[in-house]
Write a protein that binds this ligand. Structure first.
Ligand code: UDP
Length: 324
C-alpha cells in the first residue's frame, strides 16, 4: 500500500467492480495513478477487476459507500461511480439506488472536503427524463416523473448534482459532473436487462429478440473507451458545470436490434412486447460543450464497437457453458 509516497496521484473510484468503474480503474492505472477501488458488489463483479489485484498500484475496499467512508492517506481525486444503473436493477433495489446517490454522495463529498480532493460524479442522461428538447443540451432541465419506476434513479442523480454543486459553491470544493449517455462495451452484464446485452444474449442463444413497444424510441450508443477518454479529460479540466459525454449517432431500437441480428449472423425474429412505463422516446446528446471545453468527441463507430462487444459476450457465454 502506498499512502503518501512520492508525487504519485491517488484516486478513489467507487463502483470500481462495475462496468464503467472497472474501465476507469484500468485507465488511471495506465496513466500512472494509484487506484483505490471501492465496491459492495451488489451489481459489480470481482471478475471485472481481478486482473488488477496483483498490481501494487491497485487496492480494493469491499465497502458500501452509504456508510461512513474512511480511506487512509492522501487522496487527489474521487470518482463516484457506485450505483445500480440499469432499469431492471433500480426496479429491484430502489432504496439502495436512492441511498447510494444521496447518502453515498454526501459521504464522499465529506471525504473529498477532508482530503482536499477533486470530486467527479457520474450523472446521467436520465436527469433529462423523457426529454422535450432534442438533442439534449446541458441547459435543459429535463422532464422527469419523480414517482415513476425510473424516479428512484433519476431523482437520486438529480440530487447528486445538486449536492455536488452546493459543495462547490458553499465549500469551494473542486467538482466535476459528467452526464453519461447510453454506453456499451466489454464487461456489461449479460443479464442487466438493457437493450444491448439482452439483444446479444438472445441472438447468441438463438432466442427471439424482445423489442419493447414498437421500437421507434431512439438511443445514441457510445463505446466505453470513448466515454473513459471524455471523463479523463473532464476530470483534468477546470470546468465545474455538467458536461454531456455520449455518441450523438442516434438510432431507433428496432434498427439497433436489426443491426445486432445482422452482426451475429443469426436469423432471429423480433418480437414486440409492451413498452415499460416512462421509457424515454428519444435521446441524443448535444456534445458541443465537450467538443469546445475538452476537445473531445467519440472516435469509435457503432460497427467497430459492436464487433468488440460481440466477441466479449461470445467468450463469456462459451466460458459459462464450459463451467456448467
Ligand atoms: N429495450 C428493448 N428490449 C430489451 C431491453 C430494452 O426494446 O430487451 C428498449 C428499452 O425499452 C429502451 C431501449 O431499449 O427503449 C434502451 O434500453 P436500455 O435499458 O438499454 O437503456 P435506457 O432505457 O436506460 O436508455
Amino acid at each position: 500500500m502506498s499512502l503518501n509516497n512520492s508525487g504519485q496521484k491517488r484516486i478513489l473510484i467507487t463502483g470500481a467492480a462495475g462496468f464503467l468503474g472497472s474501465h476507469l480503474s484500468d485507465r488511471f492505472i495506465k496513466e500512472g495513478y494509484h487506484v483505490i477501488g471501492m465496491d459492495n458488489l451488489i451489481t459489480g463483479s470481482i471478475s471485472n477487476i481481478e486482473h488488477l489485484f496483483p498490481l501494487k498500484e491497485f487496492e480494493f475496499y469491499f465497502h458500501d459507500v452509504t456508510k461512513f467512508v474512511h480511506v487512509p492517506g492522501k487522496l487527489d481525486y474521487i470518482l463516484h461511480f457506485a450505483s445500480p444503473a440499469s432499469p431492471i436493477d433500480y426496479l429491484k433495489i430502489p432504496i439502495q439506488t436512492l441511498k447510494v446517490g444521496s447518502l453515498g454522495t454526501h459521504n464522499l463529498l465529506g471525504l473529498a472536503k477532508e482530503k482536499k480532493a477533486r470530486f467527479l460524479i457520474a450523472s446521467t442522461s436520465e436527469i433529462y427524463g423523457d426529454p422535450q428538447v432534442h438533442p439534449q443540451n446541458e441547459e435543459y432541465w429535463g422532464n422527469v416523473n419523480p414517482i415513476g419506476p425510473r424516479g428512484v434513479y433519476d431523482e437520486a442523480k438529480r440530487f447528486q448534482e445538486a449536492i455536488t454543486m452546493a459543495y462547490h459553491t458553499y465549500h469551494g470544493l473542486e467538482t466535476r459532473i459528467v452526464r453519461i449517455f447510453n454506453t456499451y462495451g466489454p464487461r456489461m452484464r449479460l443479464n442487466d436487462g438493457r437493450a444491448l446485452p439482452a439483444f446479444f444474449g438472445q441472438a447468441i442463444r438463438g432466442e427471439d429478440i424482445t423489442v419493447f413497444g414498437d421500437g421507434s424510441q431512439t438511443r445514441s450508443f457510445c463505446f466505453v473507451d470513448d466515454l473513459v477518454e471524455g471523463i479523463y479529460r473532464l476530470l483534468l479540466s477546470d470546468y465545474a458545470f455538467p458536461v454531456n459525454i455520449g455518441n450523438p449517432d442516434e438510432i431507433t431500437i428496432k434498427e439497433f436490434a436489426e443491426e445486432i441480428i445482422k452482426l451475429t449472423g443469426t436469423d432471429q425474429k423480433i418480437i414486440y412486447t409492451p413498452l415499460p412505463k416512462d421509457d424515454p422516446k428519444q435521446r441524443q446528446p448535444d456534445i458541443t460543450k465537450a467538443k469546445e471545453i475538452l476537445g473531445w468527441e467519440p472516435k469509435i463507430g457503432r460497427s467497430e464497437g459492436l464487433k468488440i462487444t460481440y466477441e466479449y459476450f461470445k467468450n463469456i457465454l462459451e466460458k459459462s457453458k464450459l463451467s456448467v
